[in-house]
Ligand binder design. Structure first.
Ligand code: DC
Length: 512
């Protein structure tokens, strides 16, 4: 939010006229972020600054929390679209409220408005993922497979969507008017009504909010969204509030929102720890490469978890292509056919959506192949498949797009050399063949599979050879990668080493 003159902020908080508030400032009774301010021209951001009078927080005095049932055709954001009025036309209060979580101009339902900047920030922070529930009327009748795809997540232009809850409602929800398909155009007298496609209602719980996300998600599957109505944000429900009407939240609702936002931590403590975190400079993209079974996936996943970063094991994508090739009965040696499949298949690599021991959920054209990609037949097919130039091109494009937003740990064979040559930190993990074979062998036994150590060793050697001798993007350490040989190190020891690397990176980059 924009900065404003201090006397205006005080006046809006109900401390009297601007003139009266100027007297308070000059008398040295007002502090901003702990500093006494006596100058009248001082500006502050009312959404984030800690403004106090006689030591008492301003916000503790006049915080306002309002819910509005926004009708379609009103703007909730700052993007003034010609001809659309703003929500401010509907809610006339003296306080300067702002929107917590926008709604598209053509979407309806629960809009939360407040002047409590700290709470708004907490509620909007993507890390805290407060569920929002929407009723979505779509054109046509989505089948079960499409519902599942929406649930697992689909690939949008700006990256895959997070897993969501999606329910196909048997009947239109009560109280939201007739679905548009039933509002048949009457035509002229005696003319038959204009027929439209049937429609269905979905109840969707999202844990993220991107621009026009629901409309883009359903459109991708061929079902245009006709109405999108938000019915809850975290613990807050729209209930019976009619379109265009607003009300102040009840004290219990405010308490529930605060509990959800702060998750039981006192705000002060939490503010201090986020401040510490944001001050720490961290590498934005981290590349980890290395041969099979060098421990890169385990290390990469742990590192991403530590940092709260996105984690992508690119090997999974090549495995998925190999799995699709096998499933379609295409010959692994048919480069043209394999490449076409790699270019056409819609792959999604998501955090595990089912707790059955999987590391990740992998969908190929919506089908769950998370376990197929670990089968021995795929182990054999994946190296030849991933040696094809066209296959690599298709995968690298997707991988770069996923890393666009930064804050990512990406693991593979060519991340530091080809996919992200500008990665901030590059690590190359290696280990002696014998040790890697033993690791893979134990992994297989732990999964209840049969394995023979010597065979595993032969397979690994073969994959090493193909991966490092292929013509396109062979496995190699980037010149600026830090090589860690984990032959004699445990996972914890490697992790300790990686944390040291991070620390060193932070120190060097903080100084300059
Ligand atoms: O890491 P992994 O064992 O799951 O990888 C499977 C195969 O995918 C590996 O043999 C080579 C290929 N691969 C690749 O060529 N480039 C990558 N960035 C990742 C994997």
């Amino acid at each position: 939010m924009a900065e404003e003159r201090l006397q205006k902020i005080l006046a809006q908080a109900g401390l009297g006229s601007r003139r009266a508030c100027e007297t308070l400032i000059v008398a040295g009774r007002v502090t901003v972020d702990g500093r006494v301010v006596t100058e009248l021209g001082t500006q502050a951001d009312p959404a984030t600054a800690d403004v106090r009078v006689d030591g008492e927080p301003l916000h503790a005095q006049r915080l306002r929390y309002v819910m509005l049932h926004k009708p379609a055709g009103y703007l909730s954001g700052m993007d003034p679209r010609a001809g659309y009025p703003s929500w401010e036309e509907l809610v006339k209060v003296p306080e300067r409220l702002f929107v917590v979580g926008r709604l598209d101009h053509d979407s309806e339902g629960l809009l939360l408005l407040t002047n409590d900047g700290a709470l708004a920030q907490r509620l909007l922070h993507p890390k805290h993922e407060h569920p929002k529930i929407y009723l979505v009327q779509v054109e046509g009748v989505p089948n079960e497979r499409k519902i599942r795809r929406l649930q697992h997540g689909v690939m949008l232009d700006d990256g895959p969507t997070a897993p969501a809850k999606v329910e196909l409602l048997a009947t239109p929800p009560l109280g939201f008017g007739k679905p548009k398909s039933q509002q048949m155009g009457s035509g002229g007298p005696g003319e038959p009504p204009v027929r439209r496609r049937p429609t269905r209602w979905l109840k969707v719980t999202l844990y993220e909010g991107r621009k026009r996300q629901l409309r883009r998600m359903t459109a991708l599957l061929g079902h245009e969204a006709l109405r999108v109505i938000r019915i809850s944000i975290g613990p807050l429900a729209l209930g019976e509030l009619r379109p265009g009407k607003w009300r102040d939240l009840a004290p219990g609702e405010v308490r529930a929102l605060r509990d959800a936002a702060y998750g039981g931590h006192p705000p002060e403590l939490d503010a201090a720890s986020t401040e510490r975190k944001t001050k720490l400079l961290l590498p934005n993209t981290i590349a980890i490469d290395g041969p099979s079974a060098s421990g890169k996936s385990t290390i990469g996943a742990r590192l991403a978890k530590d940092l709260g970063y996105l984690y992508l094991d690119t090997g999974v994508m090549y495995r998925a292509v190999a799995a699709v090739v096998m499933a379609r009965g295409v010959s692994v040696s048919d480069e043209a056919a394999v490449t076409t499949l790699a270019e056409q298949v819609e792959l999604q690599v998501l955090p595990a959506t089912i707790a059955d021991g999987r590391d990740v959920t992998v969908l190929a054209d919506g089908a769950d192949i998370s376990w197929d990609i670990r089968k021995p037949a795929i182990e054999r097919a994946v190296s030849p498949v991933s040696a094809y130039r066209g296959v690599r091109q298709a995968m690298v494009l997707q991988q770069r797009r996923i890393a666009l937003d930064g804050r990512a740990v990406m693991v593979g064979r060519d991340i530091g050399t080809v996919v992200l040559p500008d990665a901030d930190l590059k690590i190359y993990l290696d280990a002696a063949l014998q040790v890697r074979a033993e690791r893979r062998y134990r992994e297989r036994l732990a999964r209840g599979e049969q394995a023979i150590l010597d065979q595993v060793l032969v397979e690994l050697r073969r994959r090493d050879e193909i991966d490092s001798q292929r013509q396109h993007s062979p496995l190699a350490a980037a010149p600026d990668a830090i090589v860690i040989d984990s032959t004699n190190l445990s996972i914890d020891e490697v992790m300790a080493f990686v944390r040291q690397l991070l620390q060193r990176w932070t120190q060097t980059h903080q100084r300059h």
